[in-house]
Design a protein around this ligand. Structure first.
Ligand code: SF4
Length: 173
């Protein structure tokens, strides 16, 4: 219970204060958002959640730009060609019976979460979207995994599959 309260203090008080300060130190913003995500993750872990009802949420930019298949409505439209990590992530979610969705923004992510009603969300996104999403979603426990952006923001992003499988094994019953 106290871990949930601490998480609330971090996300609702400490995080807005940090973001206010970064208005004057813009170069620090991303690293402080990462700090908030790591703190949040620690307290989500302390909450000791074990469940099968996990929602794995991915950003739309993880789909390679040359793929024209629409996967935001139904990820099973993916042809599993392996040009992006969606193929592996579908395999992982099937083997663990998790819900896997691609969200094109915060509003869609909230809609998916309200329909799926998970006990825990594992979310992949950039530090900015993740940190604000964690704060918006509180008290829902969300474990954040920052993405990799070898081509810059919002374009052909990637995620470390090992980090995703490790996160799932931390919470999956
Ligand atoms: S794995 Fe292939 S078919 Fe599936 S989303 Fe990626 S590029 Fe498209």
């Amino acid at each position: 219970m106290w871990a949930k309260i601490f998480r609330g203090l971090i996300l609702k008080i400490y995080y807005p204060i940090l973001m206010f300060i970064t208005a004057f130190y813009k170069r620090k913003r991303e690293s402080w958002q990462g700090h908030i995500i790591r703190l949040n993750n620690k307290f989500v872990l302390i909450q000791g959640i074990k469940t099968k009802r996990i929602l794995l949420l991915l950003p739309h930019c993880i789909q390679v730009d040359t793929c024209k298949i629409r996967i935001t409505h139904d990820i099973n439209n993916c042809k599993r060609c392996g040009k992006c990590e969606i193929k592996d992530l579908i395999g992982i979610s099937e083997s663990k019976s998790l819900n896997l969705y691609v969200a094109s923004g915060g509003t869609i992510a909230r809609k998916i979460a309200s329909e799926v009603k998970p006990e825990l969300i594992i979310a992949v996104a950039c530090e900015r979207d993740l940190s604000s999403g964690l704060a918006d979603s509180y008290p829902m426990p969300v474990y954040g995994i920052p993405n990799q952006r070898p081509f810059g923001p919002c374009f052909n992003t990637r995620v470390d599959i090992d980090l995703v499988t490790q996160a799932i094994s931390l919470f999956c019953e």
